[in-house]
Design a protein around this ligand. Structure first.
Ligand code: GLC
Length: 753
């Protein structure tokens, strides 16, 4: 095996914004994307300048450096990069000289044949979070991971890799933080000191460049903000997609879907979305409807619409090999599919049997795919579920000589799902005009948040998976992917009634709340578990609908800053060791101010850790001091959720669908505190892009206990709020008086109490 190690500097030049340092083995290109983001690309193919799938920004700042005999110093307002020349090694410091992260002096960057690896020093107390959809602990120290998008049915809480690739992590040590994004689409590796006597951590890939972005912001939130500036942020999701979603593999006919939808309405269980899994199609052929069981798609969807439901349908990439099937004929004729090197179309088997796979890396193919969605949008579908796009083939082993254009499968496998999601998003965005499409994908790469939500694939009906789901959602949030769901109840297997109740109570606080299950599982709808449990599940769904004005505003925050909706406590309480403890690592903040402690179905008490500050149990307003652990009651009807002192939570009364008018009252719940807090309330029509033209309603809500005042700032934007009254509800105020209703003037409202 060829082994090379990055050696001594031979030459240093600057070309425009780029500093180029060459050695005998490679060139290192350094560019400054912003004060807090420096890119280093160590490349053996300097001519090869392919655009990134993930990065949407250009370097913003001019690079200046000092050169002395032994080292180069690159400085920005937020970072200092020291480049030792002999051998060539990189070290990042804060402007005041504190070490953030540096190469292992001995090994730095190495190549073993085409594989490129970077060995980096491991700091004594260093912790790591991130990497997106990865199992294991919140703190990834002493663990190793592979990125290779994989269809992982029946995965366990130990299985790696799963479906998605987010090669971005955050390091935390000595009261400092930094981030690192390895933008390399090949199979990649991250090892946080797993098996090397704590000598180093390492990261790298099977081929390509050691191309990474180093983030120097000194808060986790700041690093996420920078990372999502670089790779893009999600846009506002359609409001209906934040309601309750009911799925199953499969409701076998239009009538069955309609019956289930009606039952939600009969039982007064709020819900917004029904799904069609693969059986709505004719022989699993994408962009077809089964002529017998879904004979009149438009009539069917009209009936759903009349009940205020939206429909999401599944599409897989595999195009059935069958003459006379439009997508097959067109794809073959135009050469749109992945091929072998001799030009033959590759065939792999998936649900429809033998299939070809569209080359989503080509713009013309993406356009063709996107335009085909009229088969679904014309009858009225508004949500598009992209599955099996790792890409999955039976036996999980697409040959490595399969080509997508000039690229072999291993070079681009990790981005195939993202490009399918992009094709789906771009196409449906165009077809739906001003309406927001909802796209959901199983496979993803960094940047997919620009096009789609994700879910965590085929989980199982166990308590371990319930807890794992919370960690996966939180970890994806650290990696820029805020709109995430898990299959509530577990995809495979059958949950006990208690598990179903418990999992729904967590569903309330999951960005995307979808109940989904495998073929032939027991039915999972809320009424399948007896009258008492129905009441409990209904209560969780109702709670979700009450919180929608808060959740939607949290998504607005995500769209502006990248900060996720579900936030591991490592975001706000980064340097508090307790939050990484196995007992507490599943806890998270839901938006700014609610702390959620997931609990398994067999426990009725829970050990929780409340970080610094004061907290109130949401269900009782009982007060707790932070910085301590507690054992609290956690009966099935009361998941431990805590409001932070000073919390401002906007709510509404229960609606059956996001499309219902409701009672027109926006409730502003405020929990007492000692310091001033604020919340940006955001609302728009929930359905179109008019917000981009100013049609939104946004107001800052301030609570300042030092001045005993609440201020509802004047509304910004041209959209008229759907609520005509605002009601302030006080919690944990000694002389609590209900201040209601105070009207919904667009002007500033000041309330002294
Ligand atoms: C895959 C998906 C699952 C879906 C099934 C049938 O297993 O992960 O959600 O129900 O395929 O389409």
């Amino acid at each position: 095996m060829e082994f090379k190690i990055l050696g001594n500097t031979q030459n240093v030049t600057q070309q425009a914004n780029k500093l180029i340092i060459s050695s005998a083995e490679a060139e290192a290109h350094i560019t400054i994307y912003s004060d807090s983001i420096i890119r280093i690309n160590v490349t053996r193919q300097p001519q090869n300048n392919e655009p990134s799938f993930a990065v949407i920004q250009e370097p913003q700042s001019k690079l200046t450096y000092q050169d002395d005999d032994n080292e180069l110093v690159v400085t920005t307002a937020a970072l200092t990069l020291l480049v030792s020349k002999n051998p060539l090694r990189f070290a990042f410091y804060t402007p005041d000289g504190q070490l953030l992260s540096r190469d292992d002096e001995r090994f730095g960057v190495t190549w073993q044949n085409s594989q490129v690896i970077n060995y980096r020093e491991l700091q004594g107390d260093e912790k790591f979070i991130g990497l997106g959809e990865k199992v294991g602990n919140l703190n990834r120290r002493a663990s190793s991971f592979v990125n290779w998008n994989t269809d992982a049915p029946d995965h366990t809480p130990l299985t790696d890799p799963l479906y998605e690739t987010f090669p971005f992590f955050i390091g935390i040590h000595s009261g400092l933080t930094y981030g690192l994004f390895l933008d390399n689409t090949h199979k990649s590796y991250f090892d946080f000191g797993a098996s090397c006597d704590d000598q180093f951590m390492w990261l790298g890939a099977d081929d390509g460049d050691l191309n990474y972005y180093f983030f120097g912001a000194q808060t986790v939130a700041g690093i996420i903000e920078d990372y999502t500036w670089l790779t893009g942020r999600m846009e506002m999701p359609p409001l209906w997609s934040l309601g309750y979603q009911q799925c199953r593999w499969s409701y076998m006919s239009a009538q069955e879907v309609l019956d289930v939808a009606s039952k939600f309405r009969e039982n007064n269980i709020p819900a917004d979305v029904m799904y069609c899994d693969i059986d709505y199609m004719e022989g699993f052929k994408i962009f077809t409807w089964n002529k017998e069981t879904f004979a009149e798609p438009k009539q069917f969807i009209d009936k759903l619409k009349a009940m205020n439901f939206k429909l999401v349908t599944i599409v897989d990439p595999g195009i059935k090999v069958e003459k006379g099937y439009q997508q097959y004929d067109e794809g073959v004729e135009r050469g749109y599919f992945a091929t072998y090197p001799n030009g033959e179309n590759y065939i792999g088997e998936v649900w429809p049997g033998r299939c070809h796979f569209p080359d989503f890396f080509r713009e013309d193919v993406r356009e063709w795919w996107g335009a085909a969605f009229t088969a679904l949008t014309e009858p009225g579908v508004e949500g598009f579920w992209n599955d099996m796009n790792e890409p999955a083939v039976w036996n999980q082993n697409m040959p490595w000589i399969v080509k997508f254009g000039d690229k072999f499968m291993p070079e681009v496998r990790n981005v195939y799902g993202m490009m399918m999601a992009k094709a789906t998003y771009d196409g449906t965005r165009k077809i739906l005009g001003n309406k927001r499409p909802f796209v959901l994908t199983r496979a993803a790469y960094s940047g997919t948040q620009r096009y789609s939500a994700v879910w965590t694939g085929d989980n199982t009906a166990t308590d371990e998976h319930l807890l794992l789901g919370a960690r996966l959602v939180n970890s994806l949030g650290v990696s820029g992917m805020a709109n995430v769901g898990v299959d509530i109840g577990g995809f495979s297997g059958n949950p006990t009634p208690e598990m179903m109740v418990r999992w729904n109570s967590l569903g309330t606080y999951t960005p995307m709340y979808r109940n989904h299950s495998i073929k032939d599982s027991e039915f999972r709808e809320p009424w399948q578990y007896g009258a008492d449990n129905l009441e409990l599940i209904k209560k969780s769904i109702e709670e979700r609908y009450k919180l929608l004005p808060y959740l939607y505003s949290s998504f607005y925050q995500t769209s502006q800053t990248g900060l996720p909706v579900c936030r591991t406590l490592a975001i706000d309480y980064t340097h508090d060791h307790n939050i990484y403890h196995e007992d507490y690592q599943n806890q998270f903040l839901f938006g700014d101010a609610l702390l959620v402690a997931p609990v398994i179905s067999t426990e009725i008490t829970a050990k929780v850790y409340l970080p610094q500050g004061n907290w109130y149990r949401l269900s009782t307003d009982e007060a707790f001091d932070g910085g301590q652990e507690y054992v609290v009651d956690a009966p099935l009807n009361d998941l431990p959720v805590f409001a932070k002192a000073g919390a401002i939570i906007t709510q509404q009364s229960v609606k059956q669908s996001t499309q219902d008018k409701g009672d027109g009252i926006l409730e502003i719940h405020i929990w007492n505190g000692t310091e001033a807090t604020s919340f940006v309330y955001y609302e728009d029509d929930g359905d179109t892009y008019d917000y981009a033209e100013g049609a939104y309603h946004k107001r800052l809500i301030i609570f300042d206990p030092t001045k005993k005042v609440m201020i509802l700032d004047a509304a910004e934007g041209s959209y008229t709020s759907q609520y005509d009254k605002v009601q302030v509800v006080l919690h944990a105020f000694a002389d609590a008086k209900l201040l209601s209703p105070v009207g919904n003037s667009n002007d500033e409202i000041v309330i002294y109490y």
